[in-house]
Design a protein around this ligand. Structure first.
Ligand code: C2O
Ligand code: CU
Ligand code: CU
Length: 543
C-alpha cells in the first residue's frame, strides 16, 4: 500500500506566484477607492541589517508555590505561562507581525532552573480559536472535526514523567490549560519547550510557540564560566515574511492538502529579530545556541563579511557539557539541536564581529574599546576539563533495534509521507524498551534527506555512522556497508537527545532508558516531516 517514489523537492513557489498574480490583478483593476497594497513575499536581504538591538529574552517568573506532586509536604515553584496572539516588530522597517507567544514573548521567556529542583508550569491556551496558518485536514490528527486551534507543551530534552511530557494527542483547545511537572533530575544544560499538538505542530511553532529552558548545577557553578550579562541564550530560526510584516507559510497549491515537505525562509531571526546587533565588551561571552527552525540546518561561525572565521570553543551540546572545551570554527546544528559556546572578544576591541551561517549574516557584535571591569571569569583560560563523560560500552545494550527512515507516497495526497520503520503513527506500539536497560538503535536512512531524530525522555550517545547500499537493502533486505564506521564528530560526542541521521547512512545510538515507565514519542525534528507521520510512540515498560 505504500509505493516508493523518488524524492521531489518542493520549491514553495505556488504561494509566491499566487501573491504575484494577486498584485497584477490589483494593479490592472480600476478600483473606486485606494485600498492597501496587497502583501507580497519580501526578500529579507533588502531590509537594512544591524538596525535593531538584539532582544535579551525575558526570564520566566514563578507566581507562587504549590505542593510538590512527588512529596505533597513540600512545595515547588509554580509558573503560569499563557499562550496568546501578539504583535511584534521583527525589524525596524517592517510593520508589526502577528505571532503566537508564550508569556507575551517571541520566542518565549527563558526558564532559569536548578537541577534537582522541580517546578510546576501551567500552560494556558488563550489563543484565538482560529488558526492564521494553513491547516492541512488530511494529516493524521488534524482532521476537520478537531478544533482548529489546539496546543500541548513538550519540554524537549526533559526527563519528564509521561503525563507531563506533552503527548501529541494530549492537546487542549482555546480556553483550557495543561499543568506539567518538571522534576529536573538531570545535568546542567539548555533544553527548550515548544508546542507538540498532533498534525499542526509545525504551524504552532512557526507561529512562535517555543522558548528556552536552562538547568544549572554545581558542576557548572564550579567552572567559572561567563555569566550574567555575559551569558546570552540565542534562539535562531528562519521565517518567510510578507511586505505587511505577516509571516508567510508556503502551501502546496492544493487548498485541500496544503502541507509542504519542508520550509526554508530567508529571514533568519535571532531572538525574534532580523539581523540585530549587540554591544559587547572585549572579554569572553557564553552563547547558548539553539536551532529553532522548522527545517533549516545552521552552520554557525564567528567572523567578518570577507569570509574570515575565528576560532571559538564549544563546551556543551544537547544534554550538557562536553568532556573538555573543543576549539572549532564552525558548529552545525540541525533543528532541535543546541550548542553551548564561548567566544572571546578580547582580541577584537573596537571592532565588529559577525555571527554567521553559510552565506547568512545573522548578528553583529559591536565590541567596545575597553571592558568595564574585570570579573573572575576573565582571569584565565577556559577550564581544561568540564565534566567527566564515560562512553557507554556496547556490551551494556540488551537489545539492538533496526529502524528505517522512509519517504513514501501515501496515497491520500499528491505528496510524500514520511515514516519511521514504514509504520504510521496510529499502528500499535512496537518499541517497548524495559526501564533501566540500555538499547542500541540503528537508524537506517533510506531517504535522500538528513533527518534529525529525537527521542523524548532519554539522553543517548552516538556510536557511529556508516554508509550502506540503500538499493540492496530495499530489494534484498540485507545491509552491505560502503564505509567503515565513522565516530561522531567531536561536537556531538557528548550526551545528545537529537541526532542527524544522514542519507544512505546507518546511524547507531546507544540509549539508556532511564527515568520513567510510560508512553513517549520519537520523531524527526524537521517539523513538516513530524506532522506527516514521521513520528512514532514508544513505551518504556517497567522491569
Ligand atoms: Cu522538540 Cu518531540 O520534540
Ligand atoms: Cu522532546
Ligand atoms: Cu525528516
Amino acid at each position: 500500500m505504500f509505493a516508493l517514489i523518488t524524492r521531489r523537492r518542493f520549491l514553495g513557489q505556488a504561494s509566491l506566484l499566487a501573491a504575484a498574480a494577486a498584485m497584477d490583478g490589483h494593479a490592472s483593476e480600476a478600483l473606486p477607492a485606494p485600498s492597501p497594497a496587497p502583501a507580497v513575499s519580501i526578500n529579507a536581504s533588502t531590509l537594512k541589517p544591524w538596525a535593531d538591538p538584539l532582544p535579551i529574552l525575558p526570564t520566566a517568573k514563578s507566581v507562587g508555590f504549590r505542593p510538590d506532586p512527588e512529596n505533597p509536604a513540600a512545595k515547588v515553584p509554580y509558573y503560569r505561562i499563557a499562550m496568546r496572539e501578539a504583535q511584534v516588530k521583527l525589524h525596524r522597517d517592517l510593520p508589526p507581525t502577528t505571532v503566537w507567544a508564550y508569556g507575551g514573548s517571541f520566542p518565549g521567556p527563558v526558564f532559569d532552573t536548578r537541577s534537582g529542583e522541580g517546578l510546576l508550569v501551567e500552560w494556558a491556551n488563550e489563543l484565538p480559536p482560529k488558526h492564521f496558518l494553513p491547516i492541512d485536514h488530511t494529516l493524521h490528527g488534524a482532521e476537520a472535526d478537531k478544533p482548529e486551534v489546539r496546543a500541548v507543551v513538550h519540554l524537549h530534552g526533559g526527563k519528564t514523567p509521561p503525563e507531563s511530557d506533552g503527548y501529541p494527542e494530549a492537546w487542549y483547545p482555546t480556553g483550557k490549560s495543561g499543568t506539567c511537572f518538571y522534576p529536573n533530575r538531570q545535568e546542567a544544560t539548555m533544553l527548550f519547550y515548544h508546542d507538540h499538538a498532533m498534525g499542526i505542530n509545525r504551524l504552532n511553532i512557526y507561529a512562535g510557540l517555543q522558548g528556552l529552558f536552562l538547568i544549572r548545577d554545581g558542576v557548572e557553578d564550579a567552572l567559572n564560566l561567563p555569566r550574567g550579562q555575559h551569558e546570552i541564550p540565542l534562539m535562531v530560526f528562519d521565517r518567510m515574511l510578507r511586505s505587511d510584516g505577516s509571516l508567510e507559510y508556503p502551501t502546496s497549491g492544493n487548498a485541500k492538502a496544503p502541507w509542504v515537505p519542508e520550509v526554508f525562509g530567508d529571514a533568519i531571526l535571532v531572538n525574534g529579530k532580523l539581523a540585530p546587533y549587540l554591544e559587547v565588551e572585549p572579554r569572553k561571552y557564553r552563547f547558548r545556541l539553539m536551532n529553532g527552525s522548522n527545517g533549516r540546518f545552521f552552520h554557525f561561525s564567528f567572523g567578518d563579511s570577507a569570509g574570515n572565521s575565528e576560532q571559538f570553543h564549544q563546551i556543551g551540546s544537547d544534554q550538557g557539557f562536553l568532556a573538555a572545551p573543543l576549539a572549532i570554527r564552525k558548529l552545525t546544528l540541525a533543528p532541535g539541536e543546541r550548542g553551548d559556546v564561548i567566544f572571546d572578544f578580547s582580541p577584537h576591541a573596537g571592532k565588529e564581529v559577525l555571527l554567521k551561517s553559510d552565506a547568512f549574516e545573522l548578528l553583529q557584535f559591536r565590541v567596545a574599546e575597553k571592558a568595564s571591569a574585570k570579573s573572575p571569569e576573565d582571569a584565565g583560560a577556559l577550564p581544561a576539563t568540564l565534566r567527566p563523560l564515560a562512553r557507554i560500552p556496547e556490551s551494556q545494550a540488551v537489545k539492538t533495534r533496526r529502524l528505517t527512515l522512509d519517504e513514501n507516497m501515501n496515497g491520500v495526497r499528491e505528496s510524500m509521507g514520511m515514516l519511521l520503520n514504514n509504520t504510521p503513527w496510529h499502528m500499535p506500539v512496537t518499541e517497548k524498551p524495559v526501564l533501566n536497560t540500555t538499547e542500541i538503535w540503528e537508524l537506517v536512512n533510506l531517504t535522500e534527506d538528513s533527518h534529525p531524530i529525537h527521542l523524548h525522555l532519554v539522553r543517548f550517545q552516538i556510536l557511529d555512522r556508516r554508509k550502506f547500499d540503500v538499493f540492496e537493502y530495499q530489494t534484498k533486505g540485507n545491509v552491505r556497508y560502503f564505509s567503515p564506521p565513522l565516530p561522531p564528530s567531536p561536537s556531538e560526542s557528548g550526551w545528545k537527545d537529537t541526532v542527524r541521521a544522514d542519507p544512505g547512512t546507518i546511524t547507531r545510538i546507544i540509549v539508556p532508558f532511564e527515568g520513567y515507565a510510560g508512553r513517549y514519542v520519537w520523531h524527526c525534528h524537521l517539523l513538516e516531516h513530524e506532522d506527516n507521520e514521521m513520528m512514532r510512540p514508544f513505551e518504556v515498560v517497567p522491569a
